[in-house]
Design a protein around this ligand. Structure first.
Ligand code: C5P
Length: 224
């Protein structure tokens, strides 16, 4: 069976990771959430008061960070571990979302994460989502998807997700965070968020997760 690399990029909160998880399950592929990796680095920086323009301190911090994904049998989901500790819920909190874009713009941070992502994707049969997967991490990925959606719709979905985890966040705070991250991620110098020329665009504003995942699975089937 021919397995491929599926790269999913796009704006914040378009449903990339939820869709990617479903696609991975349907195809029996491995799902890799690169946003979780940048979030874990950001959490470490917050916990250790790392100064974002102190290069030596950042290099030292990066050498002390180990990020892993582990399958949790009780939830049936992959969880993110930072230095052996489960941080899955903590990295989704708003204080991390508010800091993650500046941290992700640091060249040394990107260099370290991209190297790990390329290593993880070596075996093929992977679905990887992020901002620079099709343009930078795997420019030769067999299938590239670029996801976008209306910001108000994205914010409502994210608000529901957070509420389900007991976090009540005002809609405007979420809209502001998504817009700011989109802007910072698209305008940074190092590997900014852009649509790869050979990517298929999916606008998820009026789509369900099932429709999004079926569209991607259909594209995979037309390829392999
Ligand atoms: O995907 P998620 O929204 O969890 O990503 C959080 C942040 O991590 C993004 O807003 C972006 O700043 C950063 N990121 C990145 N490159 C990736 C994935 C995420 O810079 N490949």
């Amino acid at each position: 069976e021919h397995k491929i690399i599926i790269a999913i990029d796009g704006f914040s909160g378009c449903g990339k990771s939820t869709t990617a998880k479903v696609v991975a399950k349907k195809l029996n592929y491995i799902y890799i959430d690169t946003g979780a990796m940048y979030r874990a680095v950001t959490l470490y920086f917050c916990q250790n008061n790392i100064v974002l323009d102190d290069e030596a301190q950042i290099d030292k911090a990066l050498a002390n960070i180990e990020i892993r994904f582990e399958y949790n049998t009780s939830s049936g989901q992959n969880v993110t571990l930072l230095n052996g500790k489960v941080v899955e819920d903590e990295i989704r909190k708003m204080y991390v979302s508010a800091k993650v874009s500046p941290v992700s713009a640091i060249p040394a941070v990107r260099k370290a994460m991209v190297a790990q992502q390329r290593q993880m994707g070596k075996g093929k049969g992977i679905v990887m989502d992020g901002r620079d997967i099709g343009t930078n991490v795997f420019p030769n990925a067999e299938l590239k998807i670029f996801m976008e959606a209306d910001v108000a719709v994205r914010a409502e979905r994210r608000q529901k997700e957070l509420a389900a985890k007991g976090q009540e966040v005002a809609l405007q705070e979420i809209i502001d965070n998504l817009s700011q991250r989109d802007h910072q991620d698209s305008t940074r110098k190092e590997n900014p968020l852009t649509k790869a020329i050979d990517a298929h665009t999916i606008d998820t504003t009026h789509m369900t997760i099932e429709q999004q995942s079926e569209e991607i699975v259909g594209l995979v089937e037309s390829l392999v």
